[in-house]
Each structure stands twice: as C-alpha cells, then as structure tokens.
Design a protein. Sequence first.
Length: 315
Amino acid sequence: MNTIAKLSAYGAALVLLVAGTFAVGTAVGPLRPVAPSDVAPSGVEAAGHGDAHSGTVAEAATDQPAGLASSRGGFTLTPTDSTPEAGSFSFQITGPDGAPVTAFDVEHDKRMHLIVVRRDTTGFQHVHPEMAPDGTWSVPLTLPAGGSYRAFADFAPTGGEGTTLGVDVAVPGTFEPVEHAPTRTAQVDGYTVELAGELVPGRASPVTLTVSKDGRPVTDLQPYLAAYGHLVALREGDLAYLHVHPDGAPGDGVTPAGPQIEFVAEVPSAGSYRLFLDFQHDGVVRTAEFSVPTGPALPDAVAEAPAHADDGHGH
C-alpha cells in the first residue's frame, strides 16, 4: 500500500474512533466532580442499598452504649474551655434547636454529674458543675498528667430521658499509660472494699461491695447523693459508660448503712470493665477501683435477677 493510501485508512479509523467515543459519552452523560454527599462515610453503606442492611446506621446510633457519642437524641455536649489543665472545665449542652439547654431535672441531688477519666482509666473524678444563666456549666478540675481524657456529662433534661454524652479532652504533657490487672479487692485510705458477683453480658447482674476498715465491717456509711454508694462501670477499650445506683435508699427503713452495698448492673458486652465505687464515711467521699472481666453467659433460669429498683438511668 502506498503512503497516501495508508494515511487515508488511518484517517478513516480515527474518525470512527472519535464517533464511537462521542456516542458512549452521550449515553453515559457528562462527567462531574464527586460531591461529598455522593460518598458514604467509611464503614457506612449508602442509602437505598436495597437489602436488610438499610437503616442500620441510625439503629446503631440509637442502641449504642451510653457515653460513646458527644451528640445523641438531639442533645450535644460542647466544651467551652480548651485548657482544662489550667484548673477548670466548662461546657454547654445544646438542644435540638442548637440553643443551650438551661432546664434540667435533679437526679440524685444534682442536675449534672460529670465523670472525667483518662483513656487508660486512671485519674477517675466524679464532680458536679454549676450552671450559669446562659447554660454554661463550670467546675474546678485538675488533670495533672498528660494524655487524652474522656469527660462524661450525665444528666436528664427537663421533660426528657436520662442521657450521657462523652467528649475527649487532650491535656499536654508526658503520657505514660497504666495497665490494670484484674482485681476484686480495693484499698483506699485504710479501707478495704471487696467485690462479689459476676458481670454477665446482656444480663441484669447482681454485684455486692463490702466495706471494712482495719478488719472491721463499716456499718455506718453516710448517704452520698441520696445513696450509700455510686457505681460507674467503663468498658476497657472504648469506655462505654454505665452509672448504677444501689438497691434501696438511706432512710427507707430497710436498707442498711453497710457494710454491704448491693447493685444490679447490666453491661452491654463481653470484655474487661473498670469499676469505680464512690462511698462516704466520716464525712469524706472515697473511690474504690476494680478491674473485672465479664463472666460466662448463664442459662435463662439461672441468670434471672430480681427486679431493679433503680430509676432506669443506670442501664
């Protein structure tokens, strides 16, 4: 084939290629940049998937344990103080309309319970902020060691349900993580506290804490926040939160002031949990700490627990 014929054939082929590309482009439609709304977040399936997975994202947000989210049920925890290491911490709870919430119910003598603990579950503090008229809560707070801390706001908005929201707070400084070996005995200021009972995932699990001092049972515990004790459980790893109040109440005529404090706790899953018991004696509030793995699931007939007299806020 001569040169002119070769060029003619190449030109014809090029025309056919361009025409085919145009036809495909017309059928598909014009290209456009991918908008953020077109891409599902990592680990989240796009809406309209068409199978049984549809809606699981919203359900997971509703069913997840307390304290894992900073926003839930229309309420959001927002710190207003970025330097808690300076000796104070402040925050607001905003409602569905975005405005600060200023109406809260009193739960166990307080309208707001703030739990702060480092991510390795050291430095536990249970404090009670005061609210300004504009809805800003403030509390003196000292976090002496560096690291990432989790702050849990435990409250009940007036007319709403008990809610716990959590947010991370970073504190500058050297971070030396601490590991906690399993233990059912705690020593604090000369007191010994023994933990009895198994935490069974998904079950109402009775646990009893017995307080003694110098080998003698303490039978004159003092009420603290309308109870003889407060128990906070944190799941190691993600710090899923559970705040449990004891059965009975001071002055009800049937609940003894020690040495035993009885609770019913329902942990959400298997794993290891850090337990913190606040109790008051001789005018001082002390905290006993425990590290407990969950026990094996029990048959229904065995695992049934007595009805829990708590306000439901602990589950």
